[in-house]
Design a protein around this ligand. Structure first.
Ligand SMILES: Cc1cc2nc3c(=O)[nH]c(=O)nc-3n(C[C@H](O)[C@H](O)[C@H](O)COP(=O)(O)OP(=O)(O)OC[C@H]3O[C@@H](n4cnc5c(N)ncnc54)[C@H](O)[C@@H]3O)c2cc1C
Length: 427
C-alpha cells in the first residue's frame, strides 16, 4: 500500500451504502489507518424505505423511520476525519464527483449505492425528517378521509399497501388495478400471484387485472372546466402533494374505456433507479454501456465494478445495479456492500494506484472474481420472496419453487427490518 491516504467515497446512505461505510471503518481501524471515508447522502437522516408501507398506517412506526447518521462515525479512532456530506451527487468524473453546490470531491474508489426512487410516493422525495413526517401525515389523513381508495399498480408495493390499509380499515372499499393478467412480476410463479390475489380478495380488496388507468376525471359535483386531470400534466411532487393524494369524488378511466369511481387514487408504480449523475462519465466502449437500457440500472460485472473496463475503481451496489430483480433486497444490498469492500481491499493490497492510471494486475482481477463467487453462493441460499398483507399475514415463496406458495401468520407483526436498520446506525 502506498504511504498516502486512500479516499473512498460512498454515495447513498441506506442498506448498501451504510454497510459499505461500516466495513470500511473496520478496515481503517484494523488494517489501513490511512483510509479516509466520505459518505454523500441527499437526506439529512437515514430513511427506512423498506418500511414505507407500514409508515402509512402506523404513526408510531413512522416516527422510527428517520434515523440520524450522527453515530455512524462516532467510534472511529482514525486520525483522518471521515465525514458525511449532506447533498445530492450530481456528476461523476473519472477521479472526482460533483455535488449540488458544484463542490468537487476527489476519490480513489467510488461506491455508488443510490438505490431506487418511488416517484409516485411523495414521502420519498423529502430530504429532511420534518418534511418526511409531514408527508406521511398528509398521506395518512387522505387515507383516513377516503371511503373508496384505488391503488394503481399490483407489484409488491401496491399489494403491500392494499394489505395494510385493508387490515387497518376493513370498512373502506379498496380496489387494486393492475395492467397485467396476474399480480407481481415475471420472476414469480403464477401460482404465487394467484394465491396473493385470493388472500387480498379474502381481505375484501377488489382486484382488477388487465386494465391500465390512463386518466382521472373529476365527478360532476366537483369538476373543473374540462373535468379531466391527467397525471402526466403535473410533476411527481405535485401529484403527491395536491393531486393523487387529494380526496375528491373522481372517475378513473382505463385504456379499455372502463370507469372506476373512487375518492382517492394512489399510484404505486414508477420505481426508478437514481443514476442521473452518470451522464457525465464518458463511455469507453459502446459494447459496455454504463446504464442498462431496459432497466435503467448501472451495468456491473460479477465483481460489482462497472462493466466499462475504464473504471475498475467504481463499484455499484444494491438496488441501483443491474443484478437481477431477485436480488433487489436489503439483505442482498448488505451482502453486495461487503463483497465490494472486500474487492477494494484486494485492489489496495495490490498497490493499485488509480491516480497513476495503472492497470489492475491479473492477481487482483482473479481475486475479485473469487470474492464474487462466494457472493453468488450466498445469494443462492437467500432467494425467497415475502409479500406482506398487513401486520399479521404474509405470503412467501422461493424463487426456485415455481409451483409452490404458502401462507403463514406472523404473530409479532412484521417490522420490515426496522430494528436491524437501527442497529446498523448504532441506535
Ligand atoms: C415496500 C418495500 C418492502 C420491502 N421489504 C423488504 C424486506 O422485507 N426484506 C428485504 O430484504 N428487502 C425489502 N425491500 C427491499 C429493500 O428496501 C431494498 O432492496 C433496499 O432498500 C435497497 O437498499 P439500497 O441501499 O440499495 O438503496 P435505497 O434503500 O434505495 O437507498 C438509496 C439511498 O441513496 C440516496 N440517494 C439517491 N440518489 C442520491 C444522490 N444522487 N445523491 C446522494 N444520495 C442519493 C437515497 O436518499 C437513499 O438514502 C422492500 C422494499 C420496499 C419498497
Amino acid at each position: 500500500m502506498s504511504g498516502r491516504e486512500i479516499h473512498v467515497v460512498v454515495v447513498g446512505g441506506s442498506w448498501a451504502g451504510i454497510t459499505a461505510v461500516r466495513q470500511l471503518l473496520t478496515l481503517s481501524r484494523e488494517t489501513y489507518p490511512r483510509l479516509l471515508i466520505t459518505l454523500i447522502e441527499r437526506r439529512t437522516h437515514y430513511f427506512h424505505k423498506t418500511g414505507i408501507i407500514r409508515g402509512l398506517v402506523d404513526s408510531n412506526y413512522a416516527k422510527q423511520m428517520f434515523i440520524p447518521y450522527d453515530r455512524l462515525f462516532a467510534q472511529s479512532v482514525s486520525k483522518f476525519n471521515h465525514r458525511i456530506v449532506c447533498s445530492r451527487l450530481t456528476k461523476v468524473y473519472q477521479s472526482f464527483v460533483e455535488i449540488e453546490n458544484g463542490a468537487r470531491i476527489f476519490y480513489d474508489y467510488l461506491l455508488l449505492a443510490t438505490g431506487t426512487e418511488y416517484t409516485s410516493l411523495p414521502v420519498t422525495q423529502s430530504t429532511t425528517a420534518r418534511e418526511c413526517r409531514l408527508m406521511y401525515q398528509i398521506m395518512r389523513d387522505a387515507i383516513d378521509a377516503a371511503d373508496h381508495i384505488v391503488f394503481i399498480g399490483g407489484g409488491a408495493v401496491g399489494i403491500g399497501m392494499c394489505g395494510e390499509v385493508a387490515e387497518m380499515h376493513p370498512e373502506k372499499h379498496i380496489t387494486l388495478v393492475h395492467a397485467r393478467d396476474s399480480l407481481l412480476n415475471d420472476d414469480l410463479s403464477t401460482g404465487f400471484a394467484n394465491a396473493t390475489e385470493l388472500r387480498l380478495q379474502k381481505m375484501g380488496v377488489e382486484v382488477i387485472l388487465n386494465e391500465s388507468v390512463i386518466s382521472s376525471a373529476e365527478s360532476s359535483c366537483n369538476s373543473n372546466s374540462n373535468g379531466i386531470r391527467r397525471r402526466s400534466s403535473v410533476s411527481n411532487m405535485d401529484v403527491g402533494r395536491s393531486g393523487m393524494w387529494e380526496v375528491f369524488p373522481q372517475k378513473l378511466v382505463t385504456g379499455s374505456g372502463r370507469h372506476i369511481a373512487c375518492n382517492l387514487a394512489i399510484w404505486t408504480t414508477g420505481s426508478r433507479p437514481a443514476t442521473d449523475y452518470l451522464s457525465t462519465l464518458p463511455v469507453s466502449n459502446a459494447k459496455t454501456p454504463l446504464i442498462d437500457t431496459n432497466t435503467g440500472r448501472i451495468n456491473v460485472r460479477p465483481s460489482l465494478q462497472l462493466t466499462d473496463a475504464n473504471y475498475p475503481n467504481i463499484f455499484a451496489i444494491g438496488d441501483v445495479n443491474s443484478l437481477p430483480l431477485s436480488e433487489k433486497y436489503a439483505t442482498s444490498a448488505v451482502d453486495q456492500a461487503k463483497h465490494a469492500v472486500a474487492g477494494i481491499r484486494i485492489l489496495i493490497d495490490e498497490c493499485y494506484d488509480f491516480r497513476a492510471k495503472m492497470s489492475p494486475s491479473m492477481a487482483a482481477d482473479s481475486a475479485l472474481r473469487a470474492c464474487m463467487d462466494s457472493y453468488s453462493a450466498t445469494m443462492k441460499r437467500q432467494q425467497a420472496v415475502v409479500v406482506s398483507l398487513g401486520k399479521h399475514q404474509e405470503l412467501s415463496t422461493s424463487l426456485f419453487a415455481r409451483f409452490s406458495s404458502w401462507i403463514h401468520g406472523s404473530k409479532r407483526g412484521r417490522r420490515y427490518l426496522i430494528d436491524r436498520a437501527q442497529r446498523m446506525l448504532n441506535y
